[in-house]
Design a protein around this ligand. Structure first.
Ligand SMILES: Cc1ncc(COP(=O)(O)O)c(C=O)c1O
Length: 360
């Protein structure tokens, strides 16, 4: 088999090797069923058991109370940009958005056709390189939406936005840091995340939503766009993304084996520290995010010279460090070091950065 290289991709991203090994075995036969995981009916017992375990593990890991539904949907986080306002926003009401990057801007765009949108804060003035300290909310928003980790700009909220307006519920796009640290679900009305960074392959989106909100959602939408359809049918109204749910179940088992979300947080903090510590003292490379806003998932950095950035990325690629090119709106480099990214890979990158610096 071709040996694996260090994959710093922002998503789809690296998955735990033990998960991939197990999935490989089960592609031809799920357990002793004689039918591969992708070939099983979603209504059959073997797959129903997979889906039930995925949900149970998800609830256990994050401590999700019974009055929240756990849904496995399709359409990516991008469809959630629309489903949230479609279900909850009305033309006479306002939704508040914390605008901290391109993904929040996209969420804002999809909300506008459904009601009023208020930008409670924005860090656009400095190319989204920080998380604003204050948010100014509108009088009585239906919900407050934020992006917990800004994949492109390498910034992350340290905790949930504080002092929410009374009666507003909190909505979070947690696509790029879901389950990277413990989470207090009770603080949220709805959390969504595409799986392809911390939870599994692309094609499945995890949605955790309070059941009373599901009930209150807009009933005149197309069936597939109402949360209630998926909640009432345990995400099996139509054929669900069976392989994605299976892989997510294996990733949940892996997270539990590692010690759960608290262990994930420790591991992620330690990994990010190795990289930021090096970058902070480097004479060539510097991180782009404000120190108090730095992401532990996506570490963005530059040399300050585009040609040198490009030369670095090219050399890194040739040496087996893949996916380090930064998003075009930031330039430079981005090392995505999600849950499954091994600490050895971070040490290897730091050594490579040092060698590059020494070679100049
Ligand atoms: C924070 C965030 N939100 C939303 C998206 C869009 O997700 P999807 O491609 O699953 O629609 C991404 C993708 O990278 C993301 O990082």
């Amino acid at each position: 088999m071709t040996s694996r290289i260090w994959n710093f991709s922002a998503g789809p991203a690296v998955l735990p090797e033990s998960v991939l090994e197990e999935a490989k075995d089960n592609l031809l036969s799920l357990g002793s069923t004689g039918i591969g995981i992708c070939e099983h009916s979603h209504r059959g017992k073997p797959f129903m058991a997979v889906a039930a375990e995925a949900e149970a593990l998800c609830r256990e890991l994050a401590g999700i109370p019974d009055d929240y539904a756990v849904l496995f949907l399709q359409g990516g986080a991008s469809l959630q940009f629309s489903m949230v306002p479609m279900n909850f926003l009305t033309p006479d009401r306002t939704a508040d958005y914390l605008v901290t990057g391109m993904w929040s801007e996209k969420a804002v765009k999809e909300a506008k056709p459904w009601g009023k949108v208020h930008s409670a804060c924005s860090s656009k003035d400095q190319n989204f390189s920080y998380i604003p300290d204050v948010a100014t909310y509108s009088d009585s928003p239906v919900y407050v939406h934020f992006t917990s980790n800004n994949t492109i700009f390498g910034t992350q909220f340290r905790s949930e936005p504080q002092a929410l307006p009374k009666d507003a519920f909190l909505v979070c796009d947690a696509s790029s840091d879901i389950f990277s640290r413990p989470i207090d679900i009770r603080k949220y009305g709805l959390i969504y995340a595409g799986a392809q960074k911390n939870l599994g392959p692309s094609g499945v989106t995890l949605v955790i939503v309070r059941k009373d909100l599901v009930e209150a959602g807009n009933k005149s939408l197309a069936t597939m766009l109402q949360y209630r359809t998926h909640a009432e049918n345990e995400s099996m109204y139509n054929t669900p993304p069976t392989f994605g749910i299976y892989l997510m179940m294996l990733v949940f088992r892996w997270i539990r084996q590692q010690g759960g979300l608290a262990a994930m947080e420790q591991r992620n903090e330690a990994k990010a520290k190795v990289l930021y510590d090096y970058l902070d003292q480097s004479a060539v490379f510097r991180p782009t995010a404000r120190p108090d806003s730095r992401s532990r998932m996506n570490v963005t950095f530059v040399t300050g010279n585009e040609e040198r950035d490009n030369a670095f990325v090219k050399k890194a690629e040739a040496a087996g460090f893949s996916g380090l090119k930064g998003h075009r709106s930031v330039g430079g480099m981005r090392a995505s070091i999600y849950n499954a990214f091994p600490v050895e890979g971070v040490h290897a990158l730091v050594q490579f950065l040092k060698d590059f610096e020494a070679s100049l």
